[in-house]
Design a protein around this ligand. Sequence first.
Ligand code: IMP
Length: 206
Amino acid sequence: MGDENTILFFTSNKGKIAEAKAILKPYGINVEPFDSLIEINEIQSANLEDVAADKLTKAIANNHSRNILAVMVEDAGFFIDEFEGFPGVYSSYVHKTLGINGVLRSLVGIENRCASFRCVIGMHIGRRNLFFTGECKGTVSSEVRGKNGFGYDPIFIPNEGDGRTFAEMNLEEKGQISHRTKAIDAFKAHFDEFKQSPTSNHRNGS
Ligand code: IMP
């Protein structure tokens, strides 16, 4: 599967695939999930970078497609200021157990509703492992709003938006300001610079 304009994204999260696809499509880069995805155990770590680096090692070991642009992984989380960043790297677990309504309940009576999404993407490209970060700051809404997106989108109001939650925005609107877009844009800027360098050859990693 794939060709030299394809990035294989090692994730089972369809929302992440759809967003990465939409962000990279204008650049002529196609994003596809792995053909078959083994269940991997995420390492327990206090930071997204370590988890992304571990995921990238596992993704590379599981990639059997040769003629592709890159293998990509991502680790993301929802960081609530009042709780010193929690759930952060535990976002997936908290989402499954407490759910977004539980998060809203935990903030009842608390004035500071500032929060942010952060993500680290890892790219294996030209035999190198590169990491890029993105952050989107905002606040936690007082109720669940919107049907789009996934995860914490229905309770997150980005500062750069117009007061709607991410889940009230369509893919393109979220894609203009999201943490994922910022991380992928950082990769894209690096990739363009690298391609323009007279000595570069991203196919052989030199
Ligand atoms: P993961 O470990 O990178 O898969 O992400 C951890 C959790 O963070 C996910 O299960 C989602 O609940 C949440 N999350 C990550 N990115 C987003 C996003 O863009 N919108 C909403 N929730 C997100």
